[in-house]
Write a protein that binds this ligand. Structure first.
Ligand code: PGA
Length: 227
């Protein structure tokens, strides 16, 4: 059984990559090969434009894949140009990534906004995956799933050590409760993923660059079958 009983998440974050045809091609290549495992949740987070078609393709293929968005509006539906409200996203997604360091750094996203977004997601039953850059990043009340993503490890090919990651996970659990599930993200590949997944304190991985290659992403998921 995946995870020996613990929940395991393998989340693909496409970021601002892929057009619709590429996203759909990925879904058919990956979806058709995935095995259904009781404790494993595999999530694909394409860009907003692809969400609806990706969701349809997963339903048509009956693939064991959940869908995630990479952001959502801190406000309810209304006069907020360019924003996607949780009421608009709820039919399309199971999960939303919040507070990614790229959004914090390049779009000025604040801890207060992350908390507002989590609140909006919760109202519509969307699971929030909050990205933290260390144990000092505040986690909003009600958050049950976080990804520890040290900035130096994102997109650099230099992952953090599993040992460091476990220390951060332990710190976070001490602060916010043992039931908090902590993922690791930052240059995860099929070569290094086992060392993270097998740590008791970790519940999975958030994968950027390596998720863009369907075969590499499948290899990462396959490693999770053996945990
Ligand atoms: P990376 O990105 O796998 O390319 O390092 C991870 C992330 O930013 O979620």
């Amino acid at each position: 059984m995946a995870g020996g009983g613990k929940d395991l998440w393998v989340v693909a974050n496409f970021k601002s990559n892929f057009n619709l045809a590429q996203a759909l091609d990925w879904v058919s290549q990956v979806g058709s090969k995935l095995e259904r495992k009781p404790n494993l949740k595999v999530v694909v987070c394409p860009d907003f434009v692809a969400l609806e078609e990706v969701k349809k393709a997963i339903q048509v293929g009956s693939f064991p894949l959940m869908v995630g968005a990479q952001d959502l509006s801190p406000y309810p539906e209304g006069a907020h140009t360019g924003e996607e409200a949780s009421t608009q996203l709820k039919e399309l997604v199971d999960l939303v990534i919040l507070g990614h360091s790229e959004r914090r750094e390049n779009f000025g996203e604040t801890d207060a906004q992350v908390a507002q977004k989590l609140d909006q997601a919760q109202r519509e039953g969307i699971i929030s995956l909050v990205c933290v850059q260390g144990a000092n990043t505040p986690i909003p009340k009600g958050c049950k799933l976080v990804a520890f993503e040290p900035v130096f490890a994102i997109g650099t090919g230099h992952a953090d050590t599993p040992k460091d990651t476990v220390l951060v996970a332990q710190n976070l659990k001490q602060k916010y409760g043992q039931s908090l599930e902590v993922l690791y993200g930052g240059s995860v590949t099929s070569e290094n993923v086992k060392a993270f997944l097998e740590k008791e304190e970790l519940n999975g991985v958030l994968v950027g660059t390596a998720s863009l290659n369907p075969q590499e992403f499948l290899k990462i998921v396959e490693v999770s079958y053996e945990i």
